[in-house]
Design a protein. Structure first.
Length: 303
């Protein structure tokens, strides 16, 4: 009986004796308490791991946002107020103090006319192309190093009008633009570079049209092309515009009155503007700068 009592705390006298009932209940309660503590510890560990994962994801997303903001700010700080583009100085003067660090919450400028005009150059602001990783591109340097370029802007990637009419026209007429001596065709959209790159692949614009992401809406605001589209797209977006540049200088500029429609900024109208502006080159006039540009590219006479 001593061996039995050592393994199981029951005493002689029957299972229903008072001491034996107490011993059985005590063992059951200890077992239940142990199981409860086991599950409580598992629950606490699961909650701790979940919290750590959320903090890690949040810090990673914040670091990506800060990277884009810091690179743009560093680039803009290189230019003092004496060398800064006039349109950027006007932007700083008109920008409200409220929401100064939150570009997407700023209101559009009160003047409905664009800051930039024919004869101006583009401001030196960083935009982003591709996404693995995003490649910073100085928009001013991009066109300053090209003889003839096309830049057009639109409200956003994957929007109906932009995806069915605006960008596909430039992709389709890419060969016509190259035949007229255009070196670079670029599209500006207020999106992150991941969305804009995916949109470019979807539209077959790779190696034809550069899709440039204006992440913080800085370039769009600096040239006065920002517009309030909170109701449609949830923030400040870019107006529809198109421009022709020669060596970084704007020679032709057109802006849509309604960003939800396309007319004067379509690829066909830009081609017509090229033909009208370089009418002398169509007859291979030796005095035309475009004539020499086409000859340097070994292009046939324009018909």
């Amino acid at each position: 009986s001593s061996g039995i009592n050592a393994e199981w705390p029951l005493r002689p006298g029957g299972l229903l004796s008072c001491y034996n009932v107490y011993a059985v209940c005590r063992q059951i309660l200890l077992f239940a308490l142990g199981i409860s503590l086991y599950f409580v510890v598992l629950l606490l560990l699961f909650q701790l791991l979940k919290t750590m994962g959320e903090k890690k994801r949040k810090s990673k997303s914040d670091s990506h946002r800060v990277t884009f903001a810091d690179e743009s700010e560093k680039t803009n700080q290189k230019h003092s107020s004496k060398t800064m583009h006039p349109s950027m100085l006007r932007q700083r003067a008109d920008s409200p103090e409220e929401g100064a660090g939150m570009p997407f919450l700023r209101t559009p400028h009160k003047n409905h006319d664009p800051y930039i005009k024919v004869g101006d150059t583009l401001p030196p602001i960083i935009l982003y192309e591709k996404c693995a990783p995003p490649i910073p591109i100085n928009i001013k340097d991009l066109f300053q190093n090209t003889r003839l370029g096309i830049l057009f802007g639109l409200p956003g990637a994957f929007t109906p009008v932009c995806s069915t009419n605006h960008l596909p026209g430039f992709v389709k007429d890419y060969d016509k633009f190259k035949h007229r001596g255009v070196d670079v065709i670029a599209c500006v959209t207020v999106n992150d570079p991941y969305v804009s790159t995916a949109w470019g692949y979807y539209q077959n614009a790779t190696n034809k049209v550069k899709i440039l992401a204006d992440v913080l809406c800085e370039f769009t605001r600096s040239i006065g092309m920002d517009t309030n589209m909170y109701a449609q797209l949830g923030g400040i977006r870019c107006k529809r515009f198109a421009m022709i540049l020669e060596n970084g200088v704007i020679k032709y500029l057109t802006v849509e009155d309604n960003p939800q429609k396309t007319s004067c900024t379509m690829a066909g109208h830009v081609l017509e503007a090229l033909d009208n502006r370089y009418h002398d080159a169509r007859n291979d006039n030796p005095l035309s700068a475009w004539y020499f540009h086409r000859r340097s590219l070994n292009l046939p006479p324009f018909n």
